[in-house]
Structures are given as structure tokens and as C-alpha cells.
Write a protein that binds this ligand. Structure first.
Ligand code: AMP
Ligand code: MG
Length: 428
């Protein structure tokens, strides 16, 4: 992997005390490479895992030309020969999974069910609701302009031709993908091994659930939000608890995390003051930089790589404030972990909606305000802020259903302006 220092030295306008979000992400992207190691899994077990190879379709899907409708299959030339009504003789039935053996000639039709193989000689299907069945089912009649030759037929290989790439390496497998693999008759796939992520909280004021809350103390909530967010990324978790603000305890924790995980996430201890001795430990263990990112919330952040006993791990030192942890996780760590796990990196989808009210914002930093998107009075979507936006107010995250992302150069927003939002659906 390229060293952090070499990547940073190639950045023009690099200012670690006011680093734009996009530049921090660009540096992270250059420094991290996927971890190695694959495993072979039955497709059901591969849900949410990262596909390690392209899946090439071993068959044509569908395997035969077949009917898209319940109706009557016939040779399309019967249409051009007719004037006004077409009358066809029904000579048999084709069921899905039970084909019709014979061949239809001009003037003949075969009753056919959806999915049944198109009988020989047939290229067109008239849906049953358009025909008049006569002579006890032996004849059908319909207007010749009801269908055109070739209608209502699905062609062999139309969804996927044999030899075509059905799914590409790096894809995180979805329920639809499992179905697609099954439709190809593929029983197993090779996936990337699960990423191992160690995390701990730092701060002498932190108490764990079950302990009494002494004056000035708070319960450690970051480890729970991190647990939840990491679970959704389907990584192996190593929860290392709360680590005291003390150099020996901290160094031991970093070493142990490094020896057991591919990535380490900490919260707290990167703001001015705290950072001083964390910096000394990091200087001993590896290549870590301390940033002040031009964003709100989430300004201080440490990023780099550390090593202990020949094991290397990526390090994300997130701020301590509970909202800042979630914001920095989704806007830096998520993509970085995808990169480490060998997954395609896809930015969180943003949509534009109308802002219900004015939003204060200064150019020169990216803001991630917590919002609620809902239908406005006219039925179209609008977003309003959850109340208090302080970076310690976890309730604002819990109430929100989106981040309102106000980009670096953007200024204040007036009521009615459109703003970009990232919906939490499935995320938070
Ligand atoms: P720090 O970045 O360590 O200065 O922490 C900033 C603020 O976040 C302080 O008010 C801390 O008490 C709070 N904080 C730090 N870590 C946690 C945590 N794990 N859970 C809840 N609050 C925290
Ligand atoms: Mg602290």
C-alpha cells in the first residue's frame, strides 16, 4: 500500500487544519487497498457478502423462446394473410414445463400458458382476452390488428445470454442477486473474507451500562452506535470496551486491535489536548495524521495505518461527540471499509428535496444537518430540520430520517430552496 506521507505530499493545497471532506476522502481512497482472502459459500450464506469474481451465466435465460401471456401461439404470417378477422384452428395445448410437440402451420394456433415453450412454427401470441373462442374451443377469431407478428413472446437469452457476465466482482450481494444466481443454477460463489473491525471508546468520563453514573460522567453510547453501523456492513466485530485516557492502556489497546483486526475505529481523544499523547503513540506505531476537517459536525479526525508485531491495520480515530461519530462514520469510514473489503465503492445516494424552512450555513465547510423528509401540504416531498443540531444531541439522529448535506461552497438556504439529502432508509 502507498504510504500516507507519500499520498499527502502529492496533494496540492493540503491543509490538515481545514481539510475539505472530498480531499480527506480522496487521500483515504489512495492509501487503502482491499485485504486478501476468499471463501466459497452456498448462495444463501452469501447474502451481504462481497462477490470475489465475475459470475458468467452458464445458460441462456430464458432457456427457450416462450410465451409472455396466457393465450394462443401461432405463426405471425397468418396476420398478413388475413383481412379483417383472423380465424385459426386450435390444434393443441402448450403448458409451462410441458411443451407441445407438433408444429403449427399457417392458419393454426396452439393454446399456450405463460412461460410455456413457443411451439415449432409459432412466433406470436394473442392474449386470451382478445379472442373469441368458437366451435367448442377448436377455433379462435380475433381482429387482425390486435397484435403484430412477434408480440408477447420472450426470446431465448433475452434476460441473460450464456457466457454473459451476470454479476461483477466487488458487488455486495442482495436478495435479488441470490435469486439471479439461483435462476442460473449456480449453487455456490466465491466471496471475499469478512473484514475484521476492532473498536473502542476512550475517555475517563465514560461509564458502561450497569455502572453508576458518577458526577460528570456519561454512558458510553458510541460503542453501541458503532456496533449497529458496523453490523449493517456485515463485518466481524471486535468490541474492546472503554479504554482509559492513559498512554500505557491506550498503546496496549491499539497494539491488540492491530494484531487482531484489519481496521480499528476509536471514538474520542482526537480533539486538541487529548490528541497530544495519542499523537505520540501513533508516531511510535505507524503512519497516522490528525486532521481538522472542514465539516460540521465531526471536525477532528485521525486517519492512517499502524502496525504491531508484523500486523497492519487501518485506523480511524473519530471524534467523541455521539453525532459526530455517526456523521464521520457514514461520510468517511463506510466507503473506506468497503474499499478494504474489496467492494465496489458507491457513494450514498443523494436526492434533492425542498427545504421547508431557512437553514443557516456558512460557505467553506460541509454540513450534515439532521432532517425529516415527509410529504408537504402539496403532497410533494420536503425536508425540515430536527430541532437542536448540537453534535452531542443523539436524539437528533434518532428522530431524523435523513442527513441534509450542505456542500462545502454552499451558503445559507432559504425556505423553498432545494437541498440534497441522504435518506437513512436501511442505513441508520
Ligand atoms: P472528546 O472528543 O473525547 O473530547 O469528546 C467530546 C464529547 O463527546 C465529550 O462531551 C465526551 O464526553 C463525549 N463522548 C466521548 N466519547 C463518548 C462515548 N463513547 N459515548 C458518549 N459520549 C462520548
Ligand atoms: Mg475524551
Amino acid at each position: 500500500m502507498p504510504s500516507l506521507q507519500s499520498v499527502i505530499s502529492c496533494q496540492s493545497d493540503y491543509d490538515p487544519t481545514a481539510l475539505p471532506v472530498s480531499q480527506a476522502n480522496a487521500i483515504i481512497a489512495e492509501v487503502l487497498e482491499p485485504v486478501s482472502g476468499n471463501e466459497q459459500l452456498a448462495i444463501r450464506s452469501a447474502l451481504d457478502r462481497v462477490l470475489a469474481h465475475d459470475v458468467i451465466s452458464p445458460i441462456d435465460v430464458p432457456a427457450h423462446d416462450n410465451s409472455a401471456m396466457d393465450g394462443y401461439a401461432f405463426p405471425g404470417q397468418s396476420l398478413s394473410q388475413a383481412e379483417g378477422d383472423v380465424v385459426l384452428e386450435v390444434i393443441g395445448t402448450a403448458y409451462a414445463g410441458n411443451a407441445f410437440d407438433g408444429e403449427a402451420q399457417a392458419g393454426q394456433a396452439i393454446r399456450i400458458m405463460t412461460g410455456a415453450i413457443m411451439p415449432a412454427g409459432c412466433d406470436t401470441v394473442i392474449p386470451q382476452e382478445f379472442v373469441d373462442v368458437q366451435a367448442g374451443g377448436n377455433l379462435i377469431r380475433f381482429a387482425s390488428d390486435t397484435v403484430r407478428a412477434g408480440d408477447n413472446r420472450r426470446l431465448r437469452g433475452e434476460d441473460l445470454a450464456r457466457g454473459q457476465s451476470a454479476l461483477q466482482a466487488g458487488r455486495i450481494l442482495t436478495p435479488a442477486d441470490l435469486g439471479l444466481l439461483a435462476s442460473l443454477g449456480v449453487p455456490e460463489v466465491k466471496v471475499r473474507r469478512r473484514l475484521r473491525v476492532a473498536f473502542f471508546s476512550t475517555g475517563d468520563e465514560l461509564r458502561s451500562i450497569g455502572e453508576p453514573l458518577d458526577p460528570g460522567c456519561v454512558y458510553d453510547s458510541n460503542r453501541y452506535t458503532l456496533h449497529g453501523m458496523l453490523r449493517r456492513l456485515n463485518v466481524d466485530l471486535i468490541d474492546m470496551g472503554v479504554v482509559r485516557d492513559e498512554p500505557e492502556a491506550m498503546e496496549a489497546a491499539f497494539r491488540s486491535a492491530c494484531e487482531n483486526a484489519d481496521a480499528i475505529i476509536t471514538s474520542g481523544g482526537v480533539s486538541v489536548g487529548d490528541a497530544d499523547y495519542t499523537k505520540q503513540i501513533m508516531a511510535r506505531l505507524g503512519d497516522v495524521t490528525f486532521w481538522k476537517i472542514a465539516m460540521r459536525p465531526g471536525r477532528p479526525m485521525a486517519f492512517g495505518k499502524i502496525a504491531s508485531n508484523g500486523h497492519e491495520a487501518a485506523l480511524f480515530g473519530l471524534p467523541g461527540n455521539p453525532v459526530a461519530v455517526m456523521v464521520t462514520f457514514y461520510h468517511f469510514v463506510r466507503t473506506a471499509l468497503h474499499r478494504l473489503m474489496g467492494a465496489n465503492v458507491t457513494p450514498l445516494p443523494r436526492i434533492r428535496v425542498r427545504s421547508a424552512g431557512p437553514i443557516r450555513k456558512k460557505p467553506g465547510r460541509t454540513e450534515y444537518q439532521r432532517g425529516i423528509v415527509a410529504a408537504g401540504a402539496d403532497g410533494t416531498l420536503e425536508v425540515r430540520l430536527t430541532g437542536e443540531q448540537g453534535s452531542g444531541v443523539l436524539r437528533s439522529m434518532s428522530e431524523a430520517n435523513c442527513f441534509i448535506v450542505l456542500d462545502h461552497h454552499q451558503g445559507a438556504v432559504a425556505a423553498g430552496d432545494s437541498v440534497e439529502v441522504v435518506l437513512f432508509d436501511g442505513l441508520i
